[in-house]
Design a protein. Structure first.
Lengths: 113, 111
């Protein structure tokens, strides 16, 4: 009965590859997010989706593209992976985009070699 | 620019002691405030919301000072299991920007 689930949990891949991380929430929330936590532990928002509309797109490379087939799913696709993309990527959701509590998935540990 | 700043620590505290840490936020329009807890190699989890009048949840007390733009967290009778990173979080109701996280304060409770 995991509220926010993401897969895979661990991913090791070579530079230049394309990879996707999937996320699903069963909380009935309207807003989903992707956060990145780097080696310095700083948690930074990448994207958010509200009712299938992209409402934030922070200054991330366009190699990163969020895809939301419905409001319960928000997948993250990354093209041409670089060493600097190594980080933990957290999917999250909230009731709406109004500064409410955010619930996180367990994280996906991406290592680019 | 929205920023949330915290002392990264680590704070090394003996078990049973009381520990407090603060964070400051730069945007006076901030309207929602939280403390999250993150254990090593885990996701952040909500510890407690912070209300204008201050609030308490067991051994944890949170305070908000809007005039000075800081939030505090007090932990009484600290337990070994309180060892974690505590993230100060700020949001804007009605905004599409989600929540802004501080870099966290690392707390280590020592036996």
């Amino acid at each position: 009965d995991t509220a926010v689930s993401q897969t895979p949990k661990y991913l090791v891949t070579q530079m230049g590859n394309d990879k996707s991380i999937k996320c699903e929430q069963n909380l009935g929330h309207d807003t989903m997010y992707w956060y990145k936590q780097d080696s310095k532990k700083f948690l930074k928002i990448m994207f958010s989706y509200n009712n299938k509309e992209l409402i934030i797109n922070e200054t991330v490379p366009n190699r990163f593209s969020p895809k939301s087939p419905d409001k319960a799913h928000l997948n993250l696709h990354i093209n041409s992976l670089e060493l600097g993309d190594s980080a933990v990527y957290f999917c999250a959701s909230s009731q709406d985009a109004g500064g409410n509590t955010i619930y996180f998935g367990e994280g996906s540990w991406l290592t680019v070699v | 620019r929205k920023e949330v700043e915290q002392d990264p620590g680590p704070f090394n505290v003996p078990e049973g002691a009381t520990v407090a840490f603060n964070c400051t936020y730069s945007n006076s329009a901030s309207q929602s405030f939280f403390w999250y807890r993150q254990d090593c190699r885990k996701e952040p989890k909500l510890l407690m919301s912070v209300y204008s009048s201050g609030n308490e949840d067991g051994r944890f007390t949170a305070q908000l000072n809007r005039a000075s733009q800081y939030i505090s967290l007090l932990i009484r009778d600290s337990k070994l299991s309180d060892s974690a990173t505590y993230l100060c979080v700020v949001g804007f109701r009605g905004s599409a920007d989600g929540l802004t996280f501080g870099k966290g304060t690392h707390l280590i409770i020592q036996p």
